[in-house]
Design a protein around this ligand. Structure first.
Ligand code: GDP
Ligand code: MG
Length: 177
């Protein structure tokens, strides 16, 4: 039985957004396949992958969309966001610019996404603490300001990836039930 055929009580769409090379595709492959790739290419990406999760006595299936590198050209279109209930907004803690660009991403999500979309801010690559350019506190205060959840993750070391996803799903479930 593959994951398509597994019984589920709810199906929803979520999207991965954020600058190029912050680790979106690796977060998805960690979630969906428990895999990490050191040299993932921006153009190699699946359109989406599925992840099942249990919340209480319900099985929820998330269809998680990944970009195929089009974020490099700022060409993510409204169709990418259409129908999405959740978003993982990812930056790279070792590159300050990816944090500064979050304003632009938040603007875009709010422009194209539904008004009740659940956004979780994700500071990825927490394993690279020696090259950190964004403090945990910076992520926390932005999240507080924007009233969204926040978590630092490492797709490489498999730290907090599931937790970030769980936060998003739990909140979506709360809103929609
Ligand atoms: P995307 O463009 O946002 O999809 O980013 P990718 O998933 O393709 O990752 C870009 C690069 O960052 C790749 O070389 C990955 O191996 C690396 N990478 C992704 N996540 C992590 C992480 O948590 N820690 C470290 N050290 N490298 C990571
Ligand atoms: Mg990618």
């Amino acid at each position: 039985v593959n994951s398509f055929e597994e019984e589920c009580d709810y199906l929803f769409k979520a999207v991965l957004i954020g600058d190029s090379a912050v680790g979106k595709s690796n977060i998805l492959s960690r979630l969906a396949k428990n895999e990490f790739h050191l040299d993932s290419k921006p153009t190699i990406g699946v359109e989406f992958a599925y992840k099942n999760i249990r919340v209480g006595d319900k099985i929820i299936k998330a269809q998680i969309w990944d970009t195929a590198g089009q974020e490099r050209f700022r060409a993510i279109t409204s169709s990418y966001y259409r129908g999405a209930l959740g978003a993982l907004l990812v930056y790279d803690i070792t590159r300050r610019a990816t944090f500064e660009n979050l304003k632009k991403w938040l603007h875009e999500v709010r422009q194209f996404g539904s008004s009740d979309m659940v956004i979780v801010l994700v500071g990825n690559k927490s394993d690279l603490s020696s090259s950190r350019e964004v403090n945990v506190e910076d992520g926390q205060s932005l999240a507080q300001l924007e009233e969204i959840a926040f978590m630092e993750t490492s797709a490489k070391e498999n730290l907090n990836v599931e937790e970030a996803f769980h936060q998003m799903v739990g909140r979506i479930h709360e809103i929609n039930s």
